[in-house]
Design a protein around this ligand. Structure first.
Ligand SMILES: Nc1ncnc2c1ncn2[C@@H]1O[C@H](COP(=O)(O)OP(=O)(O)OP(=O)(O)O)[C@@H](O)[C@H]1O
Length: 347
């Protein structure tokens, strides 16, 4: 059994006179025990709407959701004590000190960690006597995290945990999340920091307009995007003379190439440079970053608007994430069943 199982989830909101707005449109994914799973997407993509259903704060409009094998909404009394939730807006009484807040929280939590232990975990051990209202934005996020950890959760939901934290706070939080995951805690997080997701997540899903449009390990999602080669155009060489089988963009004197076959294209270029006796100044070759993949997917998704939503049925990608049947829907590279190309990314 996976720690989190989402199958065909939809979430609708009332909109206008008797109308509805579908914020989550038939998504499916699962998170294994001890895994760190990141839900990514542009503003309004549907991440929080999804996470709220997993946290048992809202009912699914359609589909099924299981957390630790239970329905988080109808069986909330059993699920809640085993999960930790860090919401986007914590909201504590601002007159209480950090220690009082943590003790109050521990007082209503079964088998709670000692308040000081939770505060030390998040680096607030030296700030226990400070009033909540005097904390910085990043420190409040740390306090939010401490409270989410107080019940020793088996599943931890982190909604943009590092927003407002300085780089040290982000690094400390990432280290802590890794440690918790190594100890068996399942973590589902949303974040707008793509570098953080790339480094932290075992697997991730990118949402757009309520759908999962790409998913897999960070490497799989990135591998499906073209790699980049760039260098300075050698003096006296026109772009047409370059031995490139893929089109190069020339801006000023910088040549940029996007290629799905980095090793081949680079070999071709280097052999040509050697044989022609040319030095390629500023030569760089690298895989796409998650940020580039995300931006490309977001742009492709924008172009995709207006499609009719038809297409094949849900497909099992073998990585625990399934498409919702929309054109270009979901994903996971390299699942080997031949149902998707280039990790099923919208192109
Ligand atoms: N209570 C609500 N009533 C109506 N529409 C809502 C409600 N809550 C959210 N929405 C809409 O649902 C869509 C998804 O919102 P959601 O907050 O889930 O996105 P998100 O991916 O978490 O965005 P962000 O990154 O900005 O937090 C948005 O279009 C939002 O306006």
């Amino acid at each position: 059994m996976d720690a989190i199982e989402v199958e065909g989830l939809k979430r609708r909101y009332a909109a206008g006179k008797s109308g509805t707005f579908e914020a989550v449109r038939d998504i499916s994914f699962s998170v294994r025990e001890g895994e760190i799973f990141a839900l990514l997407g542009t503003n309004g993509a549907g991440k929080t709407s999804t996470v709220e259903v997993l946290e048992g704060l809202a009912r699914a409009s359609a589909g099924s959701v299981r957390v630790l094998g239970l329905d988080p909404y109808t069986q909330r009394a059993y699920v809640r004590p085993r999960t930790g939730v860090m919401l986007q807006e914590g909201g504590f009484p601002s007159e209480l000190t950090v220690a009082e807040t943590a003790r109050m929280w521990a007082g209503v939590t079964s088998e709670a960690r000692p308040a000081h232990e939770a505060l030390t975990l998040v680096g607030l051990g030296a700030r226990t006597d400070v009033r909540v209202k005097q904390l910085s934005g990043g420190e409040r996020r740390r306090l939010d995290l401490a409270l989410a950890l107080i019940g020793r959760p088996e599943v931890l939901f982190l909604d943009e945990p590092t927003t407002g934290m300085d780089p040290e706070g982000r690094r400390d939080t990432a280290d802590l999340v890794r440690r918790l995951s190594a100890e068996g805690t399942t973590v589902l997080l949303t974040t707008h920091y793509l570098e953080e997701a790339e480094q932290l997540a075992d697997r991730l899903a990118i949402m757009q307009a309520g759908r999962i449009v790409a998913a897999g390990t960070p490497q799989q999602v990135v591998a499906a995007r073209p790699s980049r080669i760039s260098f300075r155009l050698p003096a006296g060489i026109s772009p047409e003379r370059l031995p490139l089988t893929v089109p190069a963009a020339v801006e000023g004197r910088t040549v940029s190439v996007k290629t799905d076959a980095l090793q081949y294209a680079l070999t071709e270029l280097l052999l040509w440079a050697r044989d022609t006796g040319i030095e390629l100044e500023g030569l760089q070759a690298r895989s796409a970053s998650l940020e580039e993949a995300f931006l490309e997917i977001a742009q492709a998704g924008g172009r995709r608007d207006g499609t009719d939503g038809s297409g094949g049925g849900p497909r099992d990608s073998g990585d625990g994430t399934r498409g919702s049947g929309e054109p270009g829907g979901s994903q996971g590279a390299g699942h080997g069943d031949g149902t998707t190309t280039k990790a099923g990314m919208p192109v």
